[in-house]
Structures are given as structure tokens and as C-alpha cells.
Design a protein around this ligand. Structure first.
Ligand code: FMN
Length: 156
């Protein structure tokens, strides 16, 4: 399998963009994801895929909880900020957060947030599929979504 063709073909699938945050007070980690999808209504389950090497994945393994914030068209810069490797202080610089019921921050001015505990994690090659049970969720801003298509940010 040619990895370039694999990437290019899958980049034809347009997605939204979200930020996953996990950890504990004083050492939160966050990462941009576009592999998010809903799974089940009863019980309420969602999933996303995390690179086995991602710092945020290590935090989720430890704390077994995370928030997921769905980004708006105005949060392209924030998405870039959370897709870079960097110290935690820089990651959260200039970002307004709320605190979910599991004590993990979420992006306060996104479109919606979900507060999750890990339901199960499935190893899948160089990633893990993380299935989260939604403990709380809420709609936030009423803006258009941020879209990711052909490896670029797009607007509806
Ligand atoms: C639009 C976009 C979507 C991404 N989606 C994912 C994803 O679904 N899963 C993943 O593991 N990494 C994804 N990444 C890459 C991570 O955001 C990036 O590797 C990040 O640096 C990981 O941070 P960490 O190691 O501090 O947790 C995405 C990046 C971008 C820009």
C-alpha cells in the first residue's frame, strides 16, 4: 500500500474539526482531531482515533476521561495551536476554557462540548480507537463549523 495514495484518497472525505483535552489539574494536554464520530444513543457513545504516540493519548490512558470540543469556522488558529507539539502552557495560551463535570477543560467558544469517560479503547495499528461515554454535553455558539477537506481548512 502506497501511503501517499492512502492519505490522498482518504483526504477526499470532508470532516469537522474538534479538540480533545485530557489530563489532570496542572498538566492538561490537548490535540486537534478530525476522526470524531457519534456511535450510539443508548448508551450515549462517541469515538475518535488517537495516534499511539500522542501525548494526549497517554493522558487519556491515565485519567480515563476527556472533553471534546467541536470547532467553529472562527477557530482555525486554535485548531493549528492544538495540532502542534509543544509545552502545555503554550498549547492553552489565549484560549478561553470552561470546566466540565469530570474536571477537564473544554473550549468555551466552540460549537458544542462533550464530557466523556472512556468506555473502551481498541488498538488499531498505529492508532487507538477511543470510545467515550458522554456524561454531559452542551451546545455553545451558533456559528458555521470548521471543515477539513483535502488536507486544508475549509468553510461551508
Ligand atoms: C485537522 C487535523 C486533524 C487531526 N486529526 C487527528 C486525529 O484524528 N487523530 C490523531 O491522533 N491526530 C490527529 N491530528 C494530529 C494531532 O493534532 C497532532 O499530532 C498533535 O500534535 C498531537 O498532540 P499531542 O502529542 O500533544 O497529544 C490532526 C491534526 C489536524 C491538523
Amino acid at each position: 500500500m502506497d501511503s501517499e495514495i492512502f492519505r490522498e484518497s482518504l483526504a477526499q472525505y470532508a470532516t469537522g474539526v474538534a479538540v480533545v483535552i485530557s489530563g489532570a489539574p496542572g498538566c492538561y494536554r490537548g490535540m486537534t482531531v478530525n476522526s470524531f464520530t457519534s456511535v450510539s444513543l443508548a448508551p450515549p457513545l462517541v469515538l475518535f482515533c488517537a495516534d499511539n504516540q500522542a501525548e494526549t493519548f497517554q493522558s487519556i490512558k491515565q485519567s480515563q476521561r476527556f472533553t471534546l470540543s467541536i470547532l467553529s469556522v472562527y477557530q482555525e488558529e486554535l485548531s493549528q495551536q492544538f495540532s502542534l507539539l509543544g509545552p502545555q502552557e503554550k498549547l492553552f495560551a489565549g484560549i478561553t476554557t470552561g470546566l466540565g463535570i469530570n474536571d477537564i477543560p473544554y473550549v468555551a467558544d466552540g460549537l458544542a462540548f462533550l464530557d466523556c469517560t472512556v468506555h473502551n479503547m481498541i488498538r488499531a495499528g498505529d492508532h487507538h480507537i477511543i470510545v467515550g461515554h458522554v456524561d454531559q454535553l452542551g451546545r455553545l455558539q451558533d456559528h458555521p463549523p470548521l471543515i477539513y477537506f483535502q488536507s486544508q481548512y475549509r468553510h461551508l
